[in-house]
Design a protein around this ligand. Structure first.
Ligand code: FCB
Length: 511
């Protein structure tokens, strides 16, 4: 379908948005305004009462307790042992992109200190470690034969994890595209999907004898949006068209990567870590409820629905197929019957409908008519990065995905909070607010499990304080502290608390 700009505006405004949507658009979804509902917040929440009232909340047998990291955020060694340049190397080396001019050149030096990282995990009794592979460490120019030193690094890491009885839970792409592929057009270029599936094949062959659980992508809607439309992440583009095109190529890559992995390792469990958020309308108006559903579609489902159902969800006033570069036969290619759904969840999103004038004035709001908060609402406490703490969001998303996708296997691949507590005089890091965060998000998760969700694991973001993208080192998310001058790691009080939860496989009133 091809519309002129005038027809487009008419279809968005003239005919009326709600009427333009298919009957049943809201089915399976109970939309109510929660922005004003104080009772489900952090302070006097039902979640908190649940922890206080019951002596123990037990998690399923064989539950995976882990932490998560990403290559660019922790490894450093940005040009060692033949590693190629990534888009994040290029972006962070560009003045003005990262707070305080920080870069991931050294980060937490985990390329050399991974044994120390594993020792932290052992001390916390963890049985799962979600980490990512740096694609340009494996294929410096983004294609061709593998760099054996890069492979050796991950191979050693995997062996050591298995020896420590920790599941290696591998993300293939956590945002560090080889710069050479960006130079060739990057994610908006369809060829990148083929390059990705070749890289997946290389990794499946190299590690698939020991790694069984894989994620193809980390947060596809974040790196396409922040990197191609907002320009605040690598590669720093600011183009609506690049963004839309990139989303389709990533969906193609997800399908191709899935098939490549299964072809090389048929027994592998393959998913993606999707960033998700509970999308709540700002008011009870129909227009805001519609905006909340559109936001749910683009934030939570844009890379899930094509994989599982073979079509894009209803999010735009119309699907800009031409701009996205959708070709005949693509819908079969984007299909990928994922073995599990990874959910990264930090906060909720409050959405409302933009006014008519805003829709006319901004191409983006004309095409995708929603306004949304970033970092949550205004009622819960805020972490140091400004994100609202709202555990109910985890319950809402997990139960909705359970309902809408026929009770899929779910892994919580990330959740966590930035609090910049440092060591006291005795060297202890008393990050009580982080304990509260994880306690309450875990309690919300336990409720979702009790209500029927099939959740297999929880991964705290992050194992160690690290390079937080555009925020540089200014935001500490770790359950272990890193002194970036000496690289010394120290388990925080939250890490000690987590160790007890893991040992009991339960949250108890006393911990
Ligand atoms: C997620 C990213 C992760 C980290 C956390 C705080 O969006 O996947 O790399 O930056 O946020």
């Amino acid at each position: 379908m091809r519309l002129t700009r005038r027809e487009f505006v008419q279809s968005a405004l003239g005919a009326g948005l709600a009427a333009a949507l298919p009957v049943g658009f809201f089915s399976g979804c109970s939309v109510s305004s929660k922005a004003g509902a104080v009772s489900s917040g952090f302070g006097a929440s039902s979640v908190e009462r649940q922890v206080a009232d019951s002596s123990e909340i037990v998690f399923p047998k064989n539950f995976f307790w882990g932490t998560a990291t990403a290559a660019y955020q922790i490894e450093g060694a940005w040009k060692e042992d033949g590693k190629g340049e990534s888009v994040w190397d290029r972006f962070s080396h560009t003045p003005g992109t990262i707070k305080n001019g920080d870069t991931g050149d050294t980060a937490c030096d985990s390329y050399h200190r991974w044994r120390e990282d594993i020792a932290l995990m052992r001390a916390m009794n963890l049985n799962s470690y979600r980490f990512s592979i740096s694609w340009p460490r494996i294929q410096p120019p983004g294609s061709g034969s593998a760099n054996s030193k890069g492979l050796d690094y991950y191979s050693r890491l995997v062996d050591a994890l298995l020896e420590a009885k920790i599941r290696p839970f591998v993300t293939l792409y956590h945002w560090d595209l080889p710069q050479a592929l960006e130079d060739a057009g990057g994610w908006p270029n369809r060829d990148t999907a083929s390059r990705f599936s070749e890289y997946v094949d290389v990794m499946a062959r190299a590690l698939g004898d020991r790694v069984n659980d894989w994620m193809l992508f980390n947060e596809p809607s974040v790196f396409t949006y922040s990197g191609h439309l907002e320009g605040v992440h690598a590669p720093g583009r600011k183009s609506l068209w690049d963004f839309l095109r990139a989303t389709h190529v990533v969906n193609l890559a997800q399908g191709a990567g899935f098939r490549a992995l299964k072809a090389a390792r048929p027994q592998a469990r393959v998913g993606t870590a999707f960033n998700m958020s509970a999308c709540e309308p700002a008011t009870d108006s129909e227009a805001d409820k519609l905006a909340a559903e559109r936001t749910h579609a683009i934030t939570n489902l844009w890379f899930l629905e094509p994989a599982l159902k073979g079509h894009y969800p209803e999010a735009f006033t119309y699907l800009p197929e031409t701009v996205m570069g959708i070709k005949a036969g693509d819908i079969e290619k984007v299909r990928a019957p994922l073995d599990f759904i990874g959910i990264n969840l930090y906060y909720r999103t409050i959405t409302s409908s933009p006014g008519a004038m805003e829709r006319v004035a901004h191409a983006q709001e004309w095409l995708f008519p929603v306004r949304m908060t970033t970092g949550g609402g205004e009622q819960g406490p805020k972490t140091d990065i400004g994100w609202e703490v709202w555990p109910q969001a985890l319950y809402d998303v997990v139960t909705r995905i359970t309902r809408d996708y026929n009770r899929p296997v779910i892994e919580i691949t990330e959740s966590g909070c930035a609090y910049n507590d440092g060591p006291d005089a005795s060297g202890k890091i008393t990050d009580t607010r982080r304990i509260e965060y994880h306690r309450q998000y875990l309690a919300a998760l336990a409720r979702a499990i009790a209500d029927g969700a099939d959740v297999r694991g929880y991964h705290a973001w992050s194992l160690i304080d690290n390079f937080e993208w555009a925020e540089g080192f200014s935001q500490r998310f770790g359950v272990a502290y890193v002194d970036f001058k000496t690289q010394k790691r120290t388990i925080k009080e939250s890490g000690r608390w987590y160790a007890k939860v893991v040992a009991r496989n339960a949250l108890s009133a006393g911990t």
